[in-house]
Design a protein around this ligand. Sequence first.
Ligand SMILES: Cc1cc2nc3c(=O)[nH]c(=O)nc-3n(C[C@H](O)[C@H](O)[C@H](O)COP(=O)(O)OP(=O)(O)OC[C@H]3O[C@@H](n4cnc5c(N)ncnc54)[C@H](O)[C@@H]3O)c2cc1C
Ligand code: SF4
Ligand code: SF4
Length: 432
Amino acid sequence: MGPARNIQDVAEKHLCTGCGVCAFLEPQGIRMVDDLDQGRRPVVAEGAGDSNGPAFRACPGQGLELPPFDPSSGHLKELWEGWGGVLELWEGYASDDEIRFAGSSGGAATALSLFALEERGAAGVLHAGPRADVPYLNETQFSRDRADLMRNSGSRYAPASPCDGLEQVVQADSPSVFVGKPCDAAALRRAERERPELRDQIDVSIAIFCAGAPSTRGTLEMARQLGVSEPDQIDSVRYRGQGWPGEAQVVGRDAAGKPAGGKLTYAASWGDILQRFRPWRCYVCADHTGEFADLAVGDPWYREIPEGEPGRSLILVRTEKGRAFLEAARRAGVLTIEPVAPEILPASQINLLHTRGAVWGRSWACRLLGVAAPRFRRMGTGKTWMKRLSFKQRAQSFYGTFKRVFTKKLYKRRPVVPFEPPRGRSQGGGRQ
Ligand SMILES: Cc1cc2nc3c(=O)[nH]c(=O)nc-3n(C[C@H](O)[C@H](O)[C@H](O)COP(=O)(O)OP(=O)(O)OC[C@H]3O[C@@H](n4cnc5c(N)ncnc54)[C@H](O)[C@@H]3O)c2cc1C
Ligand code: SF4
Ligand code: SF4
């Protein structure tokens, strides 16, 4: 099938992460849609998204690249190969109890966002949240106050393309915060090369750790298993938060119109249902911990969670801008945090390190079969494959991919199929 030569190729050759930056950079010719089985994907008009255009240059789907390790940068050498640049690690939680409880982990992303809005005069926070009229879909949100932030807090294990809203950041009167998945944060970094004015317009970028964003089909399956089988009968969907890790919850109606829905533990929702719906691109993603963001937040899973624990966040400082921002937030009392040792990161997220290694085997297996695969330069995927995976895991990264190329039909182009939400009854007011 060969490498991608334009944005349409990226989308159809299973390389798109769904970040939305192409639609920001070439809005006349590219728009983002929901594809039920893939995620947010671009629909490209004739002549748009060409190889010499800004969208294709910034697109993170084709691969990513880190600079060489610089000993004078302050980045921790022991983490560089597996996790990219980390200056400091912290663990803690939002000092505001309501935010801590609502947040997925310890509410760090929301607390830092609110700090920027209330204390630093930030114009807004560009991130993702439930669509007001179709609550099982996400839409890009530009939150301007606490109420907006609270509505959009919590991880949504579903497609979102926050970079498609970057024009709001460019046009704002003062800098804004950006929150997104690692691929979204990488796209933002690349977009800064195309639109340099973005650099000064970003107060801080925050990435949330991400093992993969399930397609909308995953959400609909979860709703079906909870008794809401028709999409237009879904009133609200929550994936976690309100405790740690919190439960997934669907509220809606059954086929007879009676109230239906229910809750699932995180293990049952993610482990048994949602993760099966991750698109192929997430299987060949090398950056799951936001290596291109200023700050990155995830779960400190390295210890047992006591019953009733309201939540804790692991916070990685990745840039000097991130360091200054976090320090200001800590001094202001927004976060209750303490520094932790570098070993906490692999102890918390060993699966993500294994995936980084497996990506090397998976990408090569793809190329051997003529399937397009992203290229990661200086991101340590080969070394991680060699050093961190067992012989069995290494072999599996190849033969598992050979199998998937055929079961998932990765050898074929897959046109983007825009999803039109059914409108059986009026929706709205279904936000979590
Ligand atoms: C698809 C997905 C996969 C994840 N995989 C992991 C993992 O492997 N390891 C791990 O530790 N944690 C994972 N998480 C959870 C998340 O990284 C942590 O909970 C993180 O610590 C954020 O917690 P918080 O309490 O600081 O965030 P909150 O204060 O709850 O804020 C969450 C922020 O994330 C934004 N957001 C939510 N969903 C999305 C989305 N789909 N796309 C872009 N932005 C979004 C919201 O708009 C909000 O600003 C995943 C989350 C998602 C959405
Ligand atoms: S990865 Fe992002 S920029 Fe590339 S095609 Fe997909 S949405 Fe567009
Ligand atoms: S796994 Fe990687 S490509 Fe997939 S959504 Fe997460 S950061 Fe993006």
